[in-house]
Design a binder for this molecule. Sequence first.
Ligand SMILES: C[S@@+](CC[C@H](N)C(=O)[O-])C[C@H]1O[C@@H](n2cnc3c(N)ncnc32)[C@H](O)[C@@H]1O
Length: 270
Amino acid sequence: MERPAWAPRNIDISVPSVSRIYDFYLGGSHNFEVDREAARSAMEYIPGLPKIMQANRAFMRRAVRHVMDEGIDQFIDIGSGIPTFGNVHEVAQGIRPGARVLYVDHDPVAVAHSQAVLADNGNAEVVAADLLRPREILSSPEARRLIDLNRPVALLLVAILHFVEDKDDPYAAVARLGHALAPGSMLVLTHASYEGIPLPAERAGGAVDVYRRIRNPLIMRSRAEVARFFEGYDMVEPGLVPMPLWRPETEPDDEDPYAFSGFAGVGRAA
Ligand SMILES: C[S@@+](CC[C@H](N)C(=O)[O-])C[C@H]1O[C@@H](n2cnc3c(N)ncnc32)[C@H](O)[C@@H]1O
């Protein structure tokens, strides 16, 4: 297989990656045939996967604008993925050019492409790190340069926690990150769930099996399990809801039924 210039040397391009599959769902060009094959297999079970991803991105942009309205202008976006249309720094810096964004991902293609996109941006950088090792994120030179931990931060965990299995204790990782942030910081997250998918769970489970086969299990959590990530936070209205229902800017009735799969919420640290 030919390796394109944007693909870092150290990656195995015969194994699908979650971030490149996601890039394909969103119509991006940083993916390989193995990624497209996995994406198409998952779509045989949940045909509306691209609609879910678009609703996820739209929620994220609304949440960033809300956070900026609340006076927070520094962001830590973990599991930021391969940059695509309407990234966090574009939304935030479009409102206030000095807004600061630290992107974090463990996928080498996501990191390399982010570096290329951010090369001329003095207020946004990317760190190659794992959500499960918060200290490496917060003590990185990039974090020290960009993020003032004495002031409120928006922590974005958008469409990442459903890739962390219970045995790796995602709740502990989120809590450790939260403890490092100043009072008034905000947590923004989305999470996959069988709740809201307009299909029987057994059918949607076929897509979950595809992710298991590529050794990146997709962990569907119930609303109550997702709500637990917000322990220690006061929920911002309207609480933990299907993505199109979080402070909609257009008529939610016009949304595709698949957009209502899973949950989105924003909380403020007490
Ligand atoms: C579905 S994408 C979401 C991208 C973006 N946050 C969004 O919602 O548009 C999930 C991203 O999380 C990253 N990821 C998964 N587990 C991670 C971990 N433990 N640490 C850091 N990044 C992780 C993947 O590499 C991928 O880029």
